[in-house]
Structures are given as structure tokens and as C-alpha cells.
Design a protein around this ligand. Structure first.
Ligand code: GDG
Length: 481
């Protein structure tokens, strides 16, 4: 049987309870632990000097192959082009986008170098599955190194509308590089549509759209033929439900309940990222307390937001803004025995999060843009079927395409979100149960194994793309207007 080789920017450190914060790590690890295979990528180490060496470790069915990055490579490829250019652009924040040609050059260089590190570890019949925006040129680099294996790509974040993508100066090189994969997976149908729109209207390519549920569409562009489809990532809902139930009587939940004094709990968990809509969410909770005085002293809002990319200015800004907002709102409303917003800038064990989700009456998930948002799926999974909570969900999370039992909100509509919170907090049991059952059925049907298996089925069935002219590699600093 062919091996599955997963390539992602970061190979997550795995502790007893699975990987820590970060949706890609959670999804990929869940997928790989069942099939076995190899996971290749950055170790998380940044080296000031010396030469990075690959470290290969076998742990159960998974082989971890990791390598450090030199400081300059980290700055240009990771902090620079990946997280200061692509991340904001792909989350529709062209206002936060920073670009310089040296970073783009570093992005191409590190992709080529990582590909060269992987080549000696590959066997002819391996199937290679590359993940996310850091590695868009990876297939092109592998092909340039002579690799003939099937190579698939999954984008965990949204694919932006063409007019937004055009704000990234080397957009054309990026999409051309993307077309070196044999199969491209997106989170949702709107992401796939945005990609196809670029192919047709900006790249002069062709798309043979498959009918809904009929497999991938065929794309012809940049002299190549490949396939693309939407594969919404899932979770293991029953595993999460077990974890949540097991933690029900644990210390963190007991402490939380003591703090609440019978009050209701609204809960959110996000990496502290500007795409997650945290400031708007805090203001909508404030609006609820303003407009529905009966809710004052009756509900607390717990926001867990572990740090992420803290060495980027935009992330320092969002942290300061949030600290300011939580202090201001608590200053307005807090009583001696009631703190309206519990804001925690720290990471918790997965099992603790699951147990807290089960305790929370409302899961409050309101990103401004999000590829999928696993927290929304985890919140629903963790509920007690006899007394489930209500999910309030942004229409701009990929998860909103599936979870129609949620109260769907627009995350910039502060009044609308406050109303949804009020509705959620007073929803009758029968309605909560009906919504929960519908969403749970959907989560079971489309769990993370289904995501992986559908992608692998289509990748294995994709004819290895022929190129009709020499493959070019992403070149440094060549911006296209
Ligand atoms: C990207 C895309 C897409 C969070 N805090 C802690 C913790 N987490 C876990 C959550 C969840 C994961 O991290 C976060 O996943 P999300 O999907 O919500 O968001 P991103 O990190 O932005 O993920 C996203 C995803 O990739 C998968 O494709 O859905 O759109 O942006 O599992 O529970 N886990 C632990 N402690 C924490 O404090 N252990």
C-alpha cells in the first residue's frame, strides 16, 4: 500500500492529549494517526547559525520528519510573505497586507529548500499531501527536483475573491504555482468558486465544473490540467463528546461552575488572531448587557485566546485592543461578585476545553473570515444531548455552510449579534435539542476521516498532470501587475 506523506509548514508537537492550539495540526494529526505515514515540516526551531538537520522520529504509526529554519528564512518565508502578506490577503484584510519582494523571494527559496530536504525520504509510490498557504509553490519545487508522485494540496484558509487576491503583487505566480498540484482541495464551495473565477477571468484558463457531489472540477490553466474540489474538514464528534463527558466532573469545570454561581456561560476559544472578530464579539456582548438589563449579573462570557504569531505587529495590536476592551467593559458592568468577561490569554488542554464547552450555554464563534473553524464543530460535539447549548456562528466561517442549526450572524452587525445572544440564552429545550441533533448528524456524516478519505480517493484517481511546457519555478521578486 502506498504511504501517505503529509507536508505542512509546522509539524505540531504532539502531547498526550493530541496537538495544541491550531486547526491544521488538530485536523492533520487526527487524519494521520489512523492511516499511519509520514509528517514532514518545520520543527518550530529557529537557528541563529549552523546548518539545519532533519530529525526523523517514529511514534506509533506516524513518522515525524522535522527540520529547523534559519533566522532569515523564518523572517522572510514565515513571518513575512506567509503571515504578513498571504494571511491578511486571504482573510480579506487587504488593509493589513504588507509586501516586499525580498520576503517573496525567501518564500520561494524556502519552499525549494524544504522540497529538496524531502526528496531523499520519498518512495516512488508515496502519495504526497501538502497543506496550506505557506507551501503554495511546494509541488512546483518537487517537480523541478524530478518528483513524479501524485501531489495534492489542501488550503485550510479561505481562497479570496479575485479583486482581493489581485492586491498580492505576485498573485499570478502564486496561482500558477498552485496549478502544479494534481488536486487542490478547498474548505467550501465559495472558496472553490473564487479560485475558478480567477482561473477563468484572470488566468485565461478553463474550468469544467462538475455537478454538485460529482467529484472534482477539471481546471486547465498555465499549460497544465489538474482538478479541484471542496472538502470541508471535520472533527471526530463522538471522541470529543466522550472527552467532554469525562471532564464534566473534573476540577476545571467545578471551578468554573463555582465562579459562575448558577449564571449562564457564553464561551469562545480562538487563537488571538485579528481574523477571529474578537473585538466585535466583545462589543456585542457589551451591547447585550446594555440592551437587555435583565441579563446583567445573569451571564458571563469566557474568552480563551492563546497567543499566536506574537512577533508580528498586527498581532500585538489586536492583543492590546482586546485587553483594552475587556477592561473597559468589565469596568462598566462588573459587580463585587460578577465579572462579565473572563478573558484568558493562555492555552488549555484539549480535554479541559471540551469539558468547558459542555458547560457553556452558548458557543460564540464569530470570525470575520475563517476557512472552516473547528471550534464551532467542537462546541456542538461536546454538548450534552439532553441539555445542549446553542451555537452562535458567523456566516463568514466555512462551518456556516454546514451547521444550519446554528444562529447565523454577521460578525460586524453588533446589534444583530447581541440579539442572537439574547435568543440563544432564552431558547427552549426542545428547540435546542432539535438544532443540536441536526448539526450532530451532519458532523458524524462528515467527520475528519471522511474529509481525508474523500481527498485521498480523488487524489489517487487523478491522472498525474502532464505539463505541456517546461515548469517554471516561483522566481524571486518578479511582481506581476
Ligand atoms: C485553521 C483555519 C480551519 C484553540 N485554543 C486551544 C486549542 N485550540 C484548538 C481548537 C481547534 C483549533 O485549535 C483551532 O482551529 P480553528 O479551525 O478554530 O482555527 P485555526 O487555528 O485558525 O485553523 C481554520 C482550520 O485551520 C482547519 O482546517 O478550520 O479556518 O484558520 O481545534 O480547539 N487547543 C488546545 N488548547 C487551546 O488553548 N489544546
Amino acid at each position: 500500500m502506498s504511504r501517505l506523506i503529509i507536508v505542512s509548514n509546522r509539524v505540531a508537537p504532539i502531547s498526550e492529549g493530541g496537538p495544541a492550539a491550531g486547526g491544521l495540526a488538530v485536523g492533520v494529526y487526527d487524519a494521520l494517526k489512523e492511516t499511519g505515514g509520514m509528517w514532514f515540516g518545520w520543527s518550530g526551531d529557529v537557528l541563529a547559525s549552523g546548518q539545519p538537520q532533519i530529525k526523523v522520529e517514529e511514534r506509533g504509526p506516524v513518522t515525524f520528519a522535522t527540520i529547523g529554519l534559519m533566522r532569515r528564512d523564518y523572517d522572510q518565508y514565515y513571518r513575512g510573505f506567509s503571515n504578513a502578506t498571504l494571511w491578511p490577503a486571504f482573510h480579506y484584510r487587504a488593509d493589513l497586507l504588507q509586501y516586499n519582494r525580498h520576503d517573496f523571494e525567501g518564500y520561494g527559496r524556502v519552499n525549494a529548500w524544504l522540497a529538496q530536504q524531502l526528496v531523499p525520504l520519498l518512495r516512488d509510490d508515496d502519495v504526497i499531501w501538502v497543506h496550506d498557504y505557506h507551501l503554495i509553490p511546494f509541488a512546483q519545487a518537487l517537480r523541478a527536483a524530478g518528483v513524479k508522485n501524485r501531489i495534492g494540496f489542501f488550503l485550510h484558509i479561505p481562497f479570496p475573491a479575485s479583486q482581493v487576491l489581485l492586491a498580492v503583487p505576485p498573485h499570478r505566480e502564486l496561482v500558477e504555482a498552485l496549478c502544479s498540484f494534481d488536486l487542490i482541495g478547498f474548505q467550501t464551495a465559495p472558496d472553490l468558486r473564487a479560485f475558478c473565477d480567477y482561473i477563468v477571468n484572470e488566468a485565461n484558463g478553463e474550468v469544467d465544473s462538475a455537478a454538485q457531489g460529482e467529484g472534482p472540477s477539471t481546471i486547465r490553466a498555465f499549460g497544465r490540467t489538474l482538478r479541484a474540489a471542496a472538502y470541508p474538514i471535520g472533527v471526530y464528534p463522538d471522541e470529543i463528546a466522550e472527552l467532554a463527558k469525562a471532564g464534566d466532573r473534573g476540577k476545571p469545570v467545578r471551578t468554573m461552575k463555582k465562579t459562575l454561581h448558577e449564571r449562564k456561560l457564553v464561551m469562545s476559544v480562538d487563537r488571538l488572531d485579528y481574523s477571529k472578530g474578537l473585538v466585535e464579539r466583545f462589543r456585542a456582548f457589551e451591547r447585550l448587557l446594555d440592551h437587555v438589563p435583565a441579563q446583567r449579573d445573569k451571564v458571563s462570557f469566557l474568552q480563551i485566546a492563546p497567543p499566536t504569531r506574537a512577533d508580528l505587529n498586527t498581532y500585538q495590536d489586536i492583543r492590546l485592543q482586546l485587553e483594552g476592551e475587556s477592561g473597559r467593559i468589565n469596568g462598566r458592568f462588573a459587580e463585587l461578585d460578577w465579572t462579565p468577561i473572563l478573558y484568558i490569554h493562555r492555552q488549555y488542554e484539549r480535554s479541559v476545553l471540551a469539558a468547558l464547552f459542555r458547560t457553556a450555554h452558548v458557543g460564540y464563534v464569530t470570525p470575520l473570515r475563517d476557512g472552516m473553524n473547528l471550534v464551532a464543530k467542537e462546541y456542538v460535539s461536546a454538548q450534552d444531548p439532553d441539555n445542549p447549548g446553542v451555537l452562535v456562528l458567523s456566516r463568514f466561517a466555512g462551518a456556516a455552510q454546514e451547521l444550519d442549526g446554528a444562529l447565523i450572524v454577521n460578525p460586524v452587525d453588533i446589534d444583530g449579534m447581541a440579539e442572537a445572544l439574547a435568543t440563544a440564552l432564552s431558547m427552549p429545550l426542545a428547540e435546542r435539542q432539535a438544532r443540536y441533533r441536526g448539526m450532530m448528524a451532519q458532523l458524524r456524516e462528515n467527520n475528519v476521516s471522511v474529509w481525508r478519505d474523500n481527498f485521498m480517493r480523488d487524489l489517487k484517481a487523478t491522472p498525474v498532470a502532464k505539463k505541456s511546457r517546461a515548469t517554471r519555478t516561483v522566481r524571486a521578486g518578479r511582481a506581476t501587475a
